[in-house]
Each structure stands twice: as C-alpha cells, then as structure tokens.
Design a protein around this ligand. Structure first.
Ligand SMILES: [Fe+2]
Ligand SMILES: [Fe+2]
Length: 242
C-alpha cells in the first residue's frame, strides 16, 4: 500500500515499496492552485498511487504531470493520469516531448528547456535539462524555487526505504548502489559524459535545501554538498574503467 508524507509545505511524497525491486518508488504531488505531479509511477501501480493522491486532492483537478525521463516508473502511467484529469498536461524535457511523447501521449506535452518555469500558484517550478543525468538523453530534473526542493529522479537511488537515515548515510548507500551498479547484466545505469561534471555543478548552484529522490528517502539539509559527494563517487567509479 502506498504511504504518504508531507516532505515540505504542500509537497507530498506518495511512496510504494516494491519487493521485486527491493526499493521504493516515489511520486511527488505539489498541492497548489494548479496541482502538479512529478513522476507517474508504473501502470501497474497506478490505482494504488491514484487512491493515495485522492486523499490529498481530487485527482481530476491535476493540471500538470511531469517526469524526468522516458521509463516505465517515471512515466508509464502518464496516459492513465491524462485520461483521469481532463485539464492535465504532461511536461518533460523538449527531447522527451519530441522523441517519445509526440507518439506515446494521448495529448500534446509541454516540452521544457533549462530555466523554464511552471508557476502553479505559490510554487515556482524550474526545469533543468540534464542529459544522461541520472541517465537517458531526454533526462531533466525539477527544482521548486519556493521550498528549494530538488526532485532528483533516480539520483541517490538506494535499496530499501528507511526513513530515519541521516543524509550522510543516504549518500553512502546511494554511492554503494552506484558501485554495485557497475557490474552484472544491468550494469552502467548511470553514465559519465563530458557534461556530467557541469550538470552536477549546475544542480548544486541551485542550492537545494532538500533533495526528493524517486528511490531513496528525502535528504534534508545541504543539497549542494550531497550532490558533490555523489558526483565524486560517480567520477571515481568511471575513472577506474577508462
Ligand atoms: Fe530511470
Ligand atoms: Fe526511477
């Protein structure tokens, strides 16, 4: 069953722990005049997430449904949400909109570039294109300027979902997960490119006070520091292979 937690004023995390993956899958609702959902969850968890969201707002009122990159957990249930909420529009990077949603989505999406904002009422959501961070050409991340919350998608992914972990421990476990992810048939989920350092620095310059990942508990505190530590780990892992 999905659990709900208010991680910042009017920002709610809807979380499903899926045993087959051994990790949590988090969607975030920004409850505002124009309610926005970041990440849709899988099609298979749609009804669970919808029922959880319905305890917070009337789901048909959703105005925006966004995601980081085109994968089943990030946007698999997009069309289910669009069908449920007639005024909802998808938002994602301009790459995801052109490459995938033009064919996949039942309505036209809003393709965004770095620095574009969505003002949902009290919240001002800034989009950042982040190609290949955490992965995929179409990747982008969302930053709520109002609460200084960075929605980091697959960055900081770790196994389990212990809510009591301090930020340093989450970074350590996420680093361990990256290291583990360099081996085996599912290896190399998080690449390192000529853009990676600049992308992490750009995210750090936003000075997040909170990082809200898709597959890890929320990190409170110095987001720039946590991003820097994760980048250092990724750089070392790849340097050893080049
Ligand atoms: Fe992903
Ligand atoms: Fe994900």
């Amino acid at each position: 069953m999905a659990t709900i937690r208010e991680v910042a004023p009017d920002i709610f995390r809807i979380s499903c722990l899926i045993p087959a993956f051994g990790m949590q899958f988090n969607e975030y609702l920004i409850r505002d005049e124009e309610p926005a959902l970041f990440h849709t969850g899988f099609r298979s968890t749609f009804s669970e997430v919808r029922d959880a969201l319905a305890t917070l707002i009337e789901p048909a009122r959703l105005r925006w449904v966004g995601f980081s990159h085109f994968e089943s957990d990030e946007c698999g249930a997009l069309n289910e949400w669009l069908a449920l909420a007639p005024n909802a529009q998808a938002f994602c990077s301009v790459v995801a909109a052109r490459v995938n949603l033009g064919d996949f989505a039942i309505r036209e999406a809003r393709g965004m570039t770095t620095g574009e904002t969505l003002v949902t009422g009290r919240h001002r959501l800034r989009f950042e294109q982040t190609p290949h961070v955490p992965h995929s050409w179409d990747a982008g991340l969302l930053f709520d300027e109002t609460t200084r919350t960075l929605f980091s998608s697959d960055l900081f992914t770790m196994r389990g979902g212990d809510e009591t972990l301090p930020p340093a421990e989450i970074v350590e476990r996420a680093s361990g997960h990256l290291a583990h992810g360099m081996e085996g048939p599912m290896a190399y989920s998080t690449p390192y490119t000529a853009l990676t350092e600049a992308t992490f620095k750009r995210l750090g310059e936003l000075q997040p006070q909170r990082i809200a990942p898709m597959h890890a508990p929320v990190l409170e505190g110095d987001g720039s520091r946590a991003l820097g530590q994760l980048w250092e780990c990724l750089k070392k892992l790849w340097a050893a292979r080049l």
